[in-house]
Design a protein around this ligand. Structure first.
Ligand code: HEC
Length: 198
């Protein structure tokens, strides 16, 4: 009898330990931004496995917008750890990293009869929140990757990105007003800038 209850007790203890002890870091808990020795951002090769925020079609504000060419698509992704933090708080944690992937649009192909679908990547734009590393640009760094995907230096403070994002983005430097799953979170947590409410 005694052995049985001791056994039950110790297995209950082990179970409690397993439940309470912090799990080993999952790969998605690791910061998505990695830098080489020259402090250049490595291309975040697995960003397609991150959380998808939205797709814009033919949005014309942007760095790679070509008013004369056919409208392009853009896809926005955020690192899973940052996304989880945002859903709880309506704010971005340090090391948050965002991707704006721009792709060509095509209408004729295979069985398609109307509308458009996405094809080749034309640019990958990146935004990272890191107060220490980017202290000279208010804690946010912008990057641009060409098709060669070589490590990229932070764009200088004079780049147009900083000004437009600081002035027009709804939450911190990010355009949450265009991300349908995040907008209600920011609204509930009252973290939207008053100027961005619509
Ligand atoms: C004139 C305004 C403007 C400029 C200039 C601009 N952006 Fe943006 N950016 C936007 C808007 C609007 C979105 C929302 C995109 C969407 O909904 O598809 C965005 C989204 C992004 C995102 C996704 C995360 C976020 O902040 O919401 C990244 C990354 C990004 N831009 C990088 C850049 C980089 C790098 C530059 C400079 C080379 C740049 N942007 C210049 C307006 C701008």
């Amino acid at each position: 009898m005694r052995t049985v209850s001791a056994l039950a007790l110790s297995s209950a203890f082990l179970l409690a330990l397993a439940v309470l002890s912090p799990l080993p870091a999952k790969s998605q808990d690791v910061p998505g931004a990695r830098y080489n020795a020259a402090q250049r951002l490595e291309f975040p090769a697995n960003y397609r496995e991150w959380i998808f925020l939205s797709a814009g079609r033919g949005m014309t504000y942007g760095p790679a917008a070509d008013p004369n060419g056919p409208p392009q698509f853009d896809n926005v992704f955020v690192h899973p750890a940052a996304y989880r933090h945002f859903t709880k708080t309506g704010r971005w944690p340090e090391q948050s990293i965002f991707i704006l992937e721009i792709r060509k649009a095509q209408s004729e192909g295979s069985i398609n009869k109307g509308g458009q679908f996405q094809t080749d990547v034309t640019a990958v734009e990146v935004l990272v929140k890191d107060s220490k590393r980017f202290a000279d640009t208010k804690g946010w760094g912008f990057f641009e990757f060409g098709t060669n995907r070589q490590p990229a230096a932070k764009l200088p403070p004079t780049a147009s990105c900083y000004d437009c994002h600081a002035k027009n983005a709804a939450v911190e430097h990010t355009f949450v007003q265009f991300y349908p799953t995040l907008l209600p979170v920011a609204t509930a947590h009252k973290t939207m800038k008053a100027s961005a409410a619509h």
